[in-house]
Design a binder for this molecule. Structure first.
Ligand code: SF4
Length: 463
């Protein structure tokens, strides 16, 4: 059992029974559910939109090399520079080199999960480069010295009172401050930073192959400022973020907005096609795009798991997942959490260390149902589990337990061999630990249904 697995079991046990945590998460997710229900009403045929989006993503993943090549040509024609990063350390080296070459002292960042994947802030801190998150939720978790809790709502786990308490302690704001006052305070604080930043770092929501453009979608306008005020803009994207044409945004932007936050469309949508041109007043003088592989091509090689690369990071599967809602975001101990995180993390960070996440699911299928790009998440979780068994990563005890259960369940005669006491003992021996201390194992009845039925029929025949 890996250290990560042990920690997962310990943390999930603790968080699942923290009623305050549960209340906060359920409240936020309930508000989200109401908004999403209303957002979906803009569609006459949502299933058709989802099928089309899934089809486009499928086409892209089947021809990723071709689309990446097309994107690269167009992006560089627009004046941008691409940095291909096979691994996280390649990406970090390249980013630090740009910052050092330009003697950067202050970096502003807009919300991006890929920079979390790279643990970029820690690296920049070690280089003595001040890095400031400019999305409100990200800013809150940065001030709290924490990581994002959720891929769309980074500070989902914090109540309004907790945020006020935190800001009062760190910045001395009044404890009676309202959310509006807190937002105004942060906006004021960030304004100077935007103006004085040497470099802006953002993630990317979509890469358009046809035009070589980056697409950023966000609600606070901080992404627009991060990508346009500093002289240098570094965007970081996974290689899977490609869509073929500009027209495809028509499909993907509303799908992402509705499933992410319930909005018809996100407030700020930027299409960035190269650095500032001679006849333009705004924009960075230099634009870099770090295209990160970091084991994505390993996932791409896998015929079925490849579908997980269609993810547009809307977070809907997290909000739908009964396990996520109980154990919370931090318990996964990974950048990507919930059902999609449970699928890709073992491949991005190692099956031995993170394979257990594939079992953090009831396989109820709700995640698959809500996914805007029709990823068959619960089936992919099963494929991960099969891989774990195939490569012998599942413990010997677990394999033996499953093998015996399979053999016994396969034949009615075998099921009837032992009496209830013996069966209860065997179940206790095999499953007590995995079942956990808070649940009672099911108890075998003295007589099985089969036995009762047999006896009833015998009695009937006697009469
Ligand atoms: S897997 Fe689907 S539902 Fe989950 S975050 Fe990605 S796009 Fe959204």
């Amino acid at each position: 059992m890996s250290e990560y697995y042990k920690k997962f079991l310990k943390d999930s046990e603790q968080v699942a029974f923290d009623t305050f945590h549960r209340e906060k998460i359920n409240n936020t997710i309930e508000k989200y559910n109401i908004a999403v229900r209303s957002g979906k009403r803009q569609y006459e045929n949502l299933d058709l939109a989802k099928n089309r989006a899934a089809g486009i993503k499928h086409k892209v993943l089947e021809n990723l090399d071709k689309y990446l090549y097309e994107f690269e040509l167009n992006f560089e024609n627009n004046g941008g520079r691409i940095i291909w990063a096979p691994s996280a350390s390649d990406a970090l080296k390249a980013i630090v080199a740009i910052l050092k070459r330009n003697k950067a002292k202050l970096v502003v960042k807009s919300k991006s999960m890929i920079t979390e994947e790279l643990e970029l802030n820690k690296v920049l801190e070690n280089e003595s480069i001040e890095t400031l998150e400019t999305d409100l939720g990200e800013f809150i978790v940065q001030v709290a010295n924490e990581k994002p809790y959720h891929i769309v709502t980074p500070a989902m786990h914090k109540s309004k009172e907790e945020v006020v308490e935190l800001f009062s302690e760190k910045f001395g704001i009044d404890k009676s401050s309202t959310p509006e006052q807190i937002s105004a305070f942060v906006r004021e604080k960030l304004r100077d930073k935007f103006i004085n930043a040497d470099v802006g770092i953002t993630g990317v929501n979509f890469l358009i192959a046809e035009t070589g453009s980056l697409v950023l979608t966000e609600n606070e306008g901080n992404g627009v400022l991060t990508s346009s005020i500093p002289k240098i803009h570094i965007a970081i994207s996974g290689i899977e973020k490609i869509i073929p044409t500009l027209r495809d945004l028509d499909l993907f932007l509303p799908l992402l907005a509705v499933h992410g936050t319930g909005q018809n469309i996100t407030a700020y949508n930027s299409i960035i096609s190269g650095p500032k041109q001679n006849d333009e007043t705004d924009g960075p003088e230099e634009l870099y795009l770090v295209l990160l592989d970091n084991r994505r091509t390993e996932i791409l090689k896998h015929k079925e798991l490849r579908r997980s690369l269609s993810c547009i990071r809307c977070g809907a599967c997290l909000n739908a997942c009964p396990v996520y809602k109980n154990v919370g975001g931090y318990t996964y101990n990974s950048t990507y959490t919930g059902p999609i995180g449970a699928i890709i993390t073992p491949h991005l960070r190692g099956m031995n260390e993170f394979g257990h996440l594939s079992f953090a699911s009831t396989l109820c299928g709700k995640c698959t149902e809500v996914c805007p790009v029709n990823i068959n998440l619960h089936e992919l979780l099963l494929i991960n589990r099969q891989e774990l068994v195939k490569f012998g990563i599942v413990s010997k005890k677990e394999r033996q337990a499953q093998k015996w259960t399979y053999r016994v369940l396969k034949k009615r005669k075998r099921m009837e061999i032992a009496n209830a006491t013996l069966k209860n003992r065997a179940i206790n021996l095999l499953f007590k630990k995995t079942w956990g201390p808070r649940r009672t194992l099911p108890v075998f009845a003295e007589k099985s249904f089969n036995k009762i039925w047999e006896e009833k029929n015998k009695e009937k025949n006697k009469r």
